[in-house]
Design a protein around this ligand. Structure first.
Ligand SMILES: [Zn+2]
Length: 275
């Protein structure tokens, strides 16, 4: 969040220098767009000094609710398929009253009943380290980012990317940020996974995207909403992909081949033998 903090300081002190403190105060919740990543963070006034004011960032839950509110038109109730609206910055609700609350981490769970997967919190923490910090997946992330940038090159409209089976969200984060930097287009990133633990990790790790827990066979979005759907080492539901894609939309699927993780498997076997 360092980049956004820079933007905040820049915008905030610019207002102060212009002697425009009163206009800032008149806005209950001023928003400061980040110049680099193209998304907005929201701050509330914490304390007023003679020479200025101190701001504090709003809670993750409220920030997420505001972010989703800007894009609520993409959502369709997974129960009745009606339009959905953010209500009171606490939940998203359909016309028939089906209501789904924002979690404190900033995601929305659209499942009626909890589904337990074999992947727990520890799995996603390790996965993030492996994907973000080990460097093993850097070539894949670069390749995907370049492909996505090429595909969106001629598109004028806002780019909306849905990552299905996003886990802890590393791919979606890197791809959308690369796109924002390289083409300066407005990009909306939405991640969906059936694993609540994965989405909790995603919401904690990367707070500028929309994160949802949902059934990949019944995703909570209207038809033809996405420019691109990612399915990276995860199961696919092509019928649902077809429903959600815009007319000229694209699915990018990454499938492991027989040598995938071969070195790691070899190392793992070797290490196990030497314990
Ligand atoms: Zn409904």
């Amino acid at each position: 969040m360092e980049v956004c903090d820079l933007c905040l300081v820049e915008h905030f002190w610019l207002e102060i220098i212009r002697g425009n403190v009163s206009s800032l105060l008149s806005q209950a919740l001023p928003a400061f767009p980040c110049l680099y990543l193209g998304y907005q963070d929201y701050y509330v006034i914490q304390k007023i000094y003679p020479g200025g004011i101190r701001l504090k960032k709003e809670s993750r839950k409220i920030q997420s609710a505001r972010h989703i509110e800007q894009h609520e038109n993409i959502f369709a109730c997974p129960i009745c398929q009606k339009d959905m609206r953010v209500t009171g910055l606490k939940s998203i609700r359909c016309e028939k009253g089906h209501t789904f609350d924002f979690a404190k981490q900033g995601y929305v769970n659209f499942l009626n009943q909890p589904i337990h997967t074999k992947y727990g919190k520890d799995f996603f923490e390790v996965r993030k380290i492996l994907l973000s910090e080990s460097g093993f997946y850097t070539p894949l992330q670069h390749a995907l980012s370049e492909i996505v940038a090429d595909i969106t090159l001629g598109k004028e409209e806002e780019i909306s990317i849905l990552d299905t089976g996003c886990g802890e969200g590393t791919y979606l984060h890197h791809i959308t940020n690369h796109l924002r930097r390289s083409c300066a287009k407005k990009v909306v990133g939405v991640g969906v996974d059936i694993s609540k633990e994965g989405i909790i990790a995603a919401a904690r790790n990367y707070d500028q995207h929309i994160w949802t827990v949902a059934d990949l066979a019944n995703m909570p979005f209207h038809d033809k909403q996405f420019t691109m759907i990612l399915s990276i080492f995860s199961p696919s539901n092509y019928e649902e992909f077809l429903r959600l894609l815009k007319q000229d939309g694209v699915v990018i699927k990454v499938v492991p081949e027989k040598n995938y993780l071969k070195e790691l498997r070899t190392y793992s076997t070797f290490a196990h033998r030497n314990i």
